[in-house]
Design a protein around this ligand. Structure first.
Ligand SMILES: Cc1cc2nc3c(=O)[nH]c(=O)nc-3n(C[C@H](O)[C@H](O)[C@H](O)COP(=O)(O)OP(=O)(O)OC[C@H]3O[C@@H](n4cnc5c(N)ncnc54)[C@H](O)[C@@H]3O)c2cc1C
Length: 551
């Protein structure tokens, strides 16, 4: 009956009579590292009552999309992998993209996640209905899901940033973004422009430089690039990791603490300043031409923007066919690019290494996210984005974000943060059950206190030492990074601070719904019977309250 009621209500709201409405406990949007981790851990908790919606054709997120030459992780693979799904035979300390992507797909198969995935389904809206305590989640395919929990795992770096350059549309050569690499285009003997000197460009430029006729690297702001302590793992090491799990764990433990120690200069700008001197000497040592070395040397403190790592980037500028261009771009013509000083360079191809749209208010501007009382996230976030532990947002009950505001890292593995968040979300779900409530909503004052403290800490970090970076929003507020050690995030999210939340019990009991219908049935039909787990039993308590109440 509840199902019928909800469906009717939804139909009235959406005016979409043809949409297929499916009831399910949890909807996850995004099948990258975050969404996959959530899916696996739900299964581990015996909850198969979820669906994983992905706008593209496969699982993988960042590592499915980015396949440019030299694409690799900046965090060591034994650390940049799930703690619960170790891989003994990583080829190198920093694995390339395809090895990471294979790891993601293998892990998805190991936990039999594919039957729960719906590909080519972009979530376009999620609206909370306080009467039923459900989220109505709509996708581009026309499917509509009614769920108790909506997990937003849509990732922080998945929408390419395309710069506005005069005349770009008239260019007769090839243009592509690093995240949409055109592997069919042969760069051999071509005149190529690469725009941007961020994390992607410093990886692909040294790889393509030996192939192309001429590579013009357009730099607006130089990045600090430190050596990458990369090497292949020996066969004996891989065997040891396999046969002695404690050895592998010790290796990961060592990597974790080595990375963690790097956060110290971030919290102590004076230490970072001293390190800048060493990094400067490194540039001078790597780049033969002194004037060029100077152009490549940043004028801000190391760490203020993301530190990049490469052993190939600076030496690349010693090549005769590589030019560093620091003049701004005036315009692009049919077969050339013109800089502000009037110089015109003939070119065949433009590669946009211009990064990603990182502000969720921009990349989610068409995403309708409505919480209590019809409040809209776009409006609540109009000044700046903020959340509670990057996971809950006041006014949006049972909405859980992964890699939300202020959970990003400059020094360690985001997967560590994702795992902590997923554990926290599962604990929140349990807290709802334990309190016999229907949904929980972080209190505005708790979110406010949390963020005031966070921003206070941010003021003393190197990230606030005077540069402009993608970590910040227009008002200068750093809404990207976690300004403490990662173990503190883990510790602070280990238990749900229940006093920071309102727990709401619905007036009329909507909870006895048999979620095993619809999407649940779809999942279990396709899931491998051998690994299939029983659906979690739903609470069916009867309540007599007439108004929603905080419990
Ligand atoms: C080139 C590159 C290199 C990186 N290197 C590092 C590194 O070295 N170390 C590090 O810690 N991090 C790195 N990152 C950051 C990286 O994004 C994270 O480490 C991690 O992959 C984030 O996982 P995620 O699941 O949160 O997001 P993603 O991997 O971006 O996955 C999000 C998924 O959600 C899907 N999606 C988005 N919107 C919707 C929607 N509305 N409906 C349905 N599906 C949707 C996307 O298609 C995508 O599959 C790098 C990122 C890039 C782009």
């Amino acid at each position: 009956m509840n199902s019928q009621l909800s469906t009717e209500t939804l139909d009235q709201k959406t005016q979409n009579k043809t949409a297929q409405v499916k009831e399910i406990d949890v909807v996850i949007a995004g099948a990258g590292f975050g969404g996959l981790c959530m899916a696996i851990q739900l299964r581990e908790e015996d909850n198969d009552n979820f669906v994983l919606l992905e706008k593209k054709h496969d699982i993988g997120g960042t590592w499915r999309d980015n396949s440019y030459p030299g694409c690799a992780c900046d965090v060591q693979s034994h650390m940049y992998s799930y703690s619960f799904a170790p891989k003994d035979d990583w080829s190198k300390r920093y694995a390339p993209w395809n090895e990471i992507q294979k790891y993601i797909l293998d892990t998805a198969d190991k936990y039999n996640i594919r039957p729960f995935c719906r590909f080519n389904q972009e979530v376009t809206s999620a609206v909370f209905d306080e009467e039923s305590g459900r989220w109505t989640v709509k996708t581009t395919s026309g499917d509509v899901y009614l769920c108790r929990h909506f997990i937003l795992a849509s990732g922080p770096l998945h929408v390419p940033q395309i710069p506005k350059i005069k005349g770009l549309e008239n260019f007769k050569g090839r243009v592509f973004h690093s995240a949409q690499w055109d592997h069919d285009y042969d760069l051999e003997c071509k005149n190529v422009v690469s725009i941007g000197t961020g994390g992607s460009a410093i990886q692909y430029c040294p790889e393509i430089a030996p192939k192309v006729k001429k590579l013009h690297v357009f730099q607006r702001t130089p990045a600090w690039v430190l050596p990458r302590d990369d090497r292949k793992y020996l066969g004996v090491e891989k065997t040891a990791f396999k046969l002695i799990p404690g050895w592998r764990r010790l290796h990961r433990f060592r990597l974790y603490w080595t990375n963690e120690s790097r956060v110290w200069p971030m919290f102590n700008p004076s230490v970072a300043k001293s390190l800048s001197q060493i990094a400067k000497a490194w540039i001078r040592f790597q780049v033969k031409d002194k004037a060029l070395a100077r152009k490549l040397t940043p004028d801000y403190t190391i760490g203020c923007k993301r530190i990049l790592i490469s052993n190939k980037y600076y030496p690349m500028f010693n090549r005769d066919n590589v030019e560093l261009v620091t003049e701004g771009i005036k315009e692009v013509k049919e077969n050339s690019i013109v800089t502000q000083d009037g110089q015109e360079r003939p070119i065949d191809c433009i590669i946009l290494g211009t990064g990603f749209v990182v502000d969720p208010r921009i990349y989610m501007k068409d995403f309708e996210l409505k919480g209590l009382g019809g409040r809209e996230l776009n409006n609540d976030w109009k000044d700046h984005t903020e959340a509670y532990y990057g996971t809950s947002i006041t006014g949006y009950p049972n909405l859980w974000m992964l890699v939300g505001p202020n959970t990003g890292l400059g020094h360690n593995s985001i997967i560590f943060m994702i795992e902590a968040q997923v554990k926290y979300i599962l604990n929140c779900m349990k807290a709802i059950e334990q309190r016999e409530s229907d949904y929980m909503d972080v209190k505005p004052e708790a979110q406010e206190i949390y963020n005031v403290e966070l921003q206070k800490l941010m003021k003393d970090t190197v990230w606030s030492s005077g540069c402009q970076s993608w970590y910040q929003q227009a008002d200068g507020r750093n809404t990207t990074l976690w300004p403490k050690s990662t173990w503190k995030f883990w510790l602070e999210t280990l238990n749900v601070k229940k006093n920071d939340y309102n727990f709401i019990r619905l007036a009329n009991d909507q909870i006895g719904v048999d979620y095993s219908a619809d999407a649940q049935a779809e999942n279990t039909e396709t899931a491998d019977a051998a690994t299939k787990k029983p659906a979690r039993k739903k609470r069916t308590s009867k309540k007599s309250a007439t108004e929603p109440s905080a419990v």
